[in-house]
Write a protein that binds this ligand. Structure first.
Ligand code: SF4
Length: 308
């Protein structure tokens, strides 16, 4: 009888140390390219309880310890009152790891279910309420920036969804300054979701379920995700190419008069896209994470924040 085959290294889950190093490099590049972190920053890291936000918090903490600039982190988690929610594992983890943190409680679920007509998705109102709560918390906590855990795959999926549903060409900004002055940053935009997932699995973060709201909003995002997986089987460099395209826009080859003007193409003063080129529909319900900054004004009502 022949010897049993030697065990093979599980390449899908390399040591967390290597994953952390690669992700940290990608995040560092993004931070440098867009000036996301500055001396004296106090950054509020929005911790949803998903793999992306845990990873963001840990990578930023690693960066903070080594960075030549001084900055602070505070993790903020929002309990939105979804049925069956149990945030205790997340709170325990934050305590055990020693992160400065706040747990906010605001029943946006009740507001959403009371205001969204039957059959419509909750996400548009839900995310506006959440952004409002978080922006207000950032101001109250003296934070200079709000960090979100969106990654490269989120960006290219949003690009696809915008193309398909909103008649606009855009993904997710790495840094966005809103009218009220709050600054949202997305340091993981150069990181791939599969690397984050592998890192989170190795780190054994206490992930909270993300489907408690019962909304079907993510249906199209899931289909676009699958479409990208299918295409990637035939075009292996698909994701890298799409991500690179976001940083390599040829304004002179598009139909936007502002971009043409910026590219030095003479256009009539006050030119605007004609009717056939205007967005046929507003697809915020589908796209969900439309690139907008949190604004306190978007909060339908102001409830007292409960924090710990
Ligand atoms: S899926 Fe939609 S409704 Fe549910 S928590 Fe997220 S944004 Fe809110």
């Amino acid at each position: 009888m022949s010897d049993p085959a030697p065990p093979r290294p599980d390449l899908a889950r390399p040591p967390a140390r290597d994953q952390a190093r690669d992700l940290a490099r990608s995040m560092g590049r993004c931070i440098r390219d867009f000036g996301l972190v500055e001396e004296g920053d106090r950054i509020m890291v929005c911790l949803s309880g998903g793999k992306d936000s845990y990873t963001l918090l840990e990578l930023l903490e690693r960066a903070r310890r080594r960075a030549p600039v001084r900055f602070e982190l505070i993790a903020v988690h929002l309990d939105q009152g979804h049925p069956g929610y149990d945030g205790r594992p997340l709170e325990r983890w934050l305590h055990e790891q020693g992160y400065e943190h706040r747990i906010l409680r605001e029943d946006t679920y009740e507001v959403v279910t009371a205001n969204v007509p039957e059959g419509k998705t909750y996400c548009s109102l839900c995310s506006r309420l959440r952004r409002g709560v978080l922006a207000r918390a950032a101001a109250e906590l003296g934070c200079t920036k709000i960090a979100l855990g969106h990654h490269a795959d989120d960006a290219i999926e949003t690009l696809m969804l915008n193309l398909m549903f909103t008649g606009s060409l855009g993904a997710m900004p790495p840094k966005l300054v809103s009218e009220d002055g709050s600054i949202v940053i997305r340091p993981l935009l150069y990181c791939q979701e599969r690397d984050i997932a592998a890192y989170a699995a190795a780190a054994q973060f206490p992930i909270l379920p993300c489907d408690l709201c019962g909304s079907q909003e993510n249906l199209w995002r899931k289909q676009v995700k699958q479409l990208l997986v299918d295409l990637e089987a035939r075009v292996p460099q698909l994701r890298q190419s799409m991500l690179a395209a976001l940083g390599n826009v040829r304004g002179s080859h598009l139909l936007d008069p502002h971009l043409l003007a910026a590219a030095g193409v003479p256009i009539p003063e006050g030119a605007a896209p004609s009717a056939p080129l205007r967005a046929p529909i507003t697809g915020e319900d589908v796209v969900g994470s439309t690139p907008s900054a949190p604004s306190p004004a978007t909060s339908a009502r102001r409830l007292p924040l409960v924090s710990s």
